[in-house]
Design a protein around this ligand. Structure first.
Ligand SMILES: CC(C)(COP(=O)(O)OP(=O)(O)OC[C@H]1O[C@@H](n2cnc3c(N)ncnc32)[C@H](O)[C@@H]1OP(=O)(O)O)[C@@H](O)C(=O)NCCC(=O)NCCS
Length: 167
């Protein structure tokens, strides 16, 4: 049975995280892990997706960045919003439901980690329908807007509200 967890990237996991990889044909949808890890700073945080199927053998299956300053790049969001960047599942672990499972855990996890955030935004390439589908299954809504920046063609802008159900 799948038992997925999300955790902030810690020093002890850094080496294992730096070995994560996507298929060659997926480069363009996400950058290489070394480039991605280079974005981490005070405002951009690394997070890992862990498979806890075996309690004493937790395995890192994926990764994402949370950008707390996403509105500096994108004018479609405000400074209360988070950006989800560089979300991927390692190529050896794709197709087992981890991507969908991780997206479903996001809203509880992010509310816990970033209590003042109201929404999380992402952009997904129009040539990447499987990732878009994965995000939709986890509750992200296609805003209907396209983002034309970047080198790899237009991207859908998607949004997940984090404060649904709160008074
Ligand atoms: C997109 C990605 C995160 C999906 O993760 P995953 O663990 O492989 O996907 P899951 O097994 O959870 O499947 C989620 C859904 O996507 C579908 N899917 C997954 N890979 C697919 C593919 N290559 N083609 C078509 N559909 C696909 C699955 O069928 C499933 O839908 P269903 O439940 O309706 O059957 C993963 O493929 C990935 O890391 N891709 C490269 C990086 C990337 O594109 N990231 C997004 C950047 S915005």
């Amino acid at each position: 049975m799948m038992n997925l967890g999300l955790q902030p990237l810690k020093d002890k996991n850094y080496t294992a995280a730096s070995q994560l990889n996507v298929y060659q044909e997926q480069v363009g949808f996400v950058e290489t892990i070394n480039t991605i890890l280079g974005y981490i700073d005070k405002k951009t945080h690394g997070h890992i997706i862990i498979n806890k199927e075996e309690p004493d053998n937790e395995e890192i299956v994926g990764f994402f960045l949370i950008d707390t300053n996403y509105s500096r790049i994108y004018d479609f969001c405000s400074n209360h919003d988070l950006g989800l960047r560089s979300f991927f599942i390692d190529k050896n672990h794709q197709g087992h439901g981890y991507g969908k499972g991780a997206v479903k855990l996001l809203s509880d996890y992010l509310l816990n980690q970033y209590a003042t955030a109201s929404s999380v935004y992402l952009t997904v390439n129009c040539k990447n329908p499987s990732a878009k589908h994965c995000y939709e299954q986890g509750g992200f809504i296609d805003t209907g807007e396209l983002y034309f920046g970047g080198d790899f063609g237009p991207q859908h802008i998607m949004k997940l509200s984090l404060n649904i159900g709160l008074a």
